[in-house]
Design a protein around this ligand. Structure first.
Ligand SMILES: [Zn+2]
Ligand SMILES: [Zn+2]
Length: 290
């Protein structure tokens, strides 16, 4: 039997910064210390900020809400019912469970009530439309309700798979945005990824160790996303060459100025909704209001 340094049975093998076997209790401590270090290192949050945590029903956002509450941050939860059959009903149950579990206020908005349509009804690339929709609605809600900051559950694997995708397409503009903290500007709230340096597998292990409620049901549209394939390649590489994902991430942080080509870009207000936009009509209104 593999053992933790304390003598108890090992719960998990961690490989970063070095290989260790840890029991449940020491893994929880390891995980929380790593997140606390990220928060300090990147000056992500302070205790007097009003934080909105969008939760999807899945482990990442639920673990983010749980740990922020545990660390004493002022958080409220936000959930969008996207109207995706089966998936949205199950997600709704789980976000309510989490809200009770951590005793945090939950706000729910319904896409159909806002736009008259659901993700199912809309034509085009559903995953990218869903992303646009979620980013817009959480920011608008936070902006209109006096929140300072949005914390999402994006993990290191999310970040790297999107980064790889943007590299493959040489989307320089988007490559500038893979940062742990995006500062507030115009009507955009500050956005923070507290799991920027944390691999997905550790978040799952953390959520499971603490019995945090979440669903493993995946959205039926997500299966087709290319970034899910990128994630698989990157994890294969990591197995063969441990540390390569970390090199990729920290190398990006060192070189990110290379991609900041639009530093002085002037945003404007969307002619339809008035929110901050890069063009005359914001991407949300282009999808839903025309
Ligand atoms: Zn131990
Ligand atoms: Zn708009």
């Amino acid at each position: 039997m593999l053992k933790c340094f304390c003598g108890k049975e090992s719960y998990i093998k961690v490989t970063y910064p070095k290989v260790k076997y840890l029991c449940k209790e020491h893994f929880i401590e390891y995980f929380e210390n790593r997140v606390k270090r990220s928060i300090e290192k990147f000056k992500m949050l302070s205790k007097d900020e009003k934080i909105l945590v969008p939760i999807s029903g899945g482990k990442d956002s639920h673990a983010a809400a749980y740990i922020l509450k545990k660390l004493g941050y002022d958080i409220e939860l936000f959930h969008i019912n996207l109207g995706i059959s089966n998936f949205s009903e199950i997600s709704l149950e789980k976000v309510k469970e989490l809200s009770n579990f951590i005793n945090a206020k939950l706000h729910i908005v319904n896409l159909k009530e806002i736009t008259g349509k659901t993700i199912e009804d809309v034509k085009g690339k559903k995953c990218s439309i869903c992303g646009i929709t979620k980013r817009y609605l959480m920011n608008k809600f936070g902006y209109e309700h006096g929140f300072d900051t949005i914390v999402t559950g994006h993990n290191m694997d999310d970040e790297l798979s999107f980064m790889l995708n943007n590299l493959l397409g040489w989307n320089i503009r988007y490559l500038a945005k893979h940062l742990p903290v995006l500062p507030a500007h115009d009507k955009f709230l500050k956005k923070v990824k507290i799991f920027y340096e944390i691999e997905e597998k550790y978040i799952k292990a953390y959520a499971d160790a603490l019995n945090i409620p979440y669903t493993t049901v995946k959205c039926k549209y997500a299966k087709k996303a290319i970034t899910i394939r990128h994630r698989e390649y990157l994890n294969k590489l990591e197995e063969e060459k441990p540390g390569i994902k970390y090199h990729f991430l920290y190398g990006y942080l060192k070189n990110r100025e290379l991609f900041e080509v639009e530093k002085d870009f002037k945003f404007r207000e969307c002619e339809i909704c008035g929110m901050t936009s890069a063009s005359k009509i914001c991407s949300f209104c282009r999808v839903w209001r025309r």
